[in-house]
Design a protein around this ligand. Structure first.
Ligand SMILES: [Ca+2]
Length: 228
């Protein structure tokens, strides 16, 4: 990759370097869509223990790969997944007809029309449909689920435009209703889906190719410095 770039730069001059760097930066920006949530922000209504750090979300992301019609949901907690055997990680998704299921609890902007349930034993559901074995993986403080888009059909939004919220519960306190919920991530709103994009190196190579095509017709006027 880099030896190829070096050859192309010697052939085509500095405008290629500027273009390739800009495209690489754009690709990196598109991938940076993990949301963060404060550590230690247990809901005051939580009936369980604030020592259950695995129920305290610190970051989350929802990525959609249109090429494979697959969603990847990933969350990281402040403690190791599995510390609380009764944990249940609930992802609410708005597929187009999301309702404010927690409006009565002061959360009118957490909208969902489907829920995904993930457990520390590696099982999961979309609504009442069980996820296949291996769909849920756990590594330290991080829990990840790979879910076929067929299980999350559109109710109006394009799949890449779905929005999400994640609220871990301790099912030992299910009789308390809302009191079983430890945290919302983000606190009061949904967050956007990240679209899976090619690796930055792929973008850079594509950019170099396109720029060389352009340069072939404009070699005489090629600029010596980046123009903004
Ligand atoms: Ca948190």
């Amino acid at each position: 990759m880099f030896s190829q770039l070096g050859f192309l730069v010697r052939r085509a001059g500095p405008s290629v370097v500027c273009g390739a760097l800009s495209l690489g930066a754009a690709a990196l920006q598109a991938q940076a869509a993990t949301i963060s949530d404060p550590a230690g922000d247990f809901l005051s209504t939580f009936a369980g223990s604030t020592n259950s750090k695995d129920l305290d979300i610190v970051s989350a992301s929802a990525t959609y790969d249109a090429a494979t019609d697959t969603f990847v949901l990933s969350s990281t907690s402040a403690g190791a997944i599995g510390s609380t055997s009764t944990a249940l990680y609930v992802w609410g998704v708005n597929e187009g007809t999301g309702k404010a299921g927690f409006a009565a609890n002061g959360l009118p902007d957490v909208l969902f029309d489907q829920v995904i349930l993930l457990r520390p034993d590696g099982t999961g559901n979309v609504g009442s449909a069980a996820l296949p074995a291996g769909a849920v993986t756990i590594s330290g403080n991080t829990l990840t689920a790979s879910i076929s888009g067929a299980l999350l059909p559109s109710k109006g939004f394009a799949k890449g435009d779905y929005t999400w919220n994640l609220w871990p519960r301790d099912t030992a306190f299910s009789s308390k209703g809302f009191g079983a919920i430890a945290d919302f991530a983000p606190d009061k709103v949904n967050f956007a889906t990240t679209s899976a994009v090619p690796e930055p190196a792929t973008y850079a190579l594509m950019g170099v190719g396109l720029l060389l095509v352009g340069l072939a017709g404009r070699r005489a006027q090629a600029p010596r410095k980046c123009r903004r």
